[in-house]
Design a protein around this ligand. Structure first.
Ligand SMILES: [Zn+2]
Length: 299
């Protein structure tokens, strides 16, 4: 029995697993440290801890703009990375073939395979927001590998400033980080005591009974609906699939997003919106799929 190592590098959590036949045996979670060098060290430590005698290859998926051929991450804002030779570092540490892929593209491909969908727009709502359009089993990455930056579509006119240099980007409203940040801000504005940082799922649960949480949640869903309308206008996907931590809110997210999407597309039928079936494991599964393909390709 040969296994592969699958790693999913997120802005908040590092996930890693030993996988057999593409399925993770046990997913380990580590908090992503702050600072670029510390992140790389933590990734290498996690990989080394997962390596066993029978490991044949490793797959790693990461956010940002990357060169998949060389395994270099050109830029990943949430990791503090610029020109990090991730593939080479892992290969040297493990002594195994390593493949580097884009987290959202990899997750989108496994969700598409799982759903049997030939044309799908996958939207990962995590610390940040990115999307991948899968057509015929392949995620389109664009000319420079920077396609799918849905988080930086302007969803709110003259909205909150974004580190990208514009205002009103989707990511400022509907990412996990934004939902937590905006909820903390409205509580402060109402002179309510700071609560321990609430995550998006917690805020979604409170939205049913608490007006401040409801305001933040409604803004997030409306912004996401508006951005999905723009994406639909351009790409006309057969189905939109929501993944990432924020999608863990389930129907509390789905219902208002469907409503906002339909309202923004009065001239056409909106595509169906559904939740990913793999949840937060989609990235690890995507990395395992890449590693497995590499293992099969090498002798
Ligand atoms: Zn932006």
């Amino acid at each position: 029995m040969s296994s592969v190592i699958a790693l999913d590098i997120g802005g908040t959590t590092l996930k890693g697993a030993r996988c057999v036949d593409g399925a993770p045996l046990d997913v380990w979670h580590r908090r992503t440290p702050a600072g670029g060098d510390a992140v790389l060290r933590a990734v290498l430590d996690l990989a080394a801890a997962l390596r066993t005698e029978d490991t044949s290859a490793a797959g790693v998926v990461t956010p940002g703009v990357l060169d998949t051929a060389t395994g270099v991450v050109r830029f990943a804002a949430n990791l503090g990375w610029r020109d990090v030779a991730l593939g080479a570092a892992l290969q040297a540490a493990l002594g195994l073939p390593v493949v580097v892929g884009h987290d959202v593209a990899a997750a989108a491909q496994v969700e598409a395979a799982e759903l049997g969908a030939d044309d799908l727009l996958y939207v990962a709502l995590g610390t940040g927001i990115a999307a991948a359009h899968v057509v015929g089993g392949t995620a389109r990455r664009g000319h420079t590998g920077a396609a799918g930056e849905l988080g930086h579509i302007v969803a709110v006119t003259d909205g909150e400033p974004c580190p990208c240099g514009r205002r009103g980007c989707l990511e400022r409203y509907a990412s996990g980080a934004a939902i937590s940040r905006r909820y903390a801000a409205v509580r402060r504005a109402d002179a309510l005591p700071d609560r321990a940082a609430a995550d998006a799922q917690e805020i979604a649960a409170r939205a049913a009974t608490e007006p401040l949480a409801q305001t933040v949640w409604t803004d997030a869903a409306a912004a996401l609906g508006a951005a999905l309308a723009t994406a639909t206008t351009l790409l006309d996907p057969a189905v939109v699939v929501l993944g990432g931590g924020v999608a863990g809110a389930g129907d509390v997210l789905l219902a208002p997003v469907e409503k906002a999407l339909a309202a923004a597309l009065p001239w056409r039928e909106p595509p169906p919106v559904r939740l990913g079936v793999l949840g937060s494991a989609a990235g690890v599964r995507g990395a395992a799929r890449l590693a497995r393909a590499l293992g099969e390709a090498s002798p």
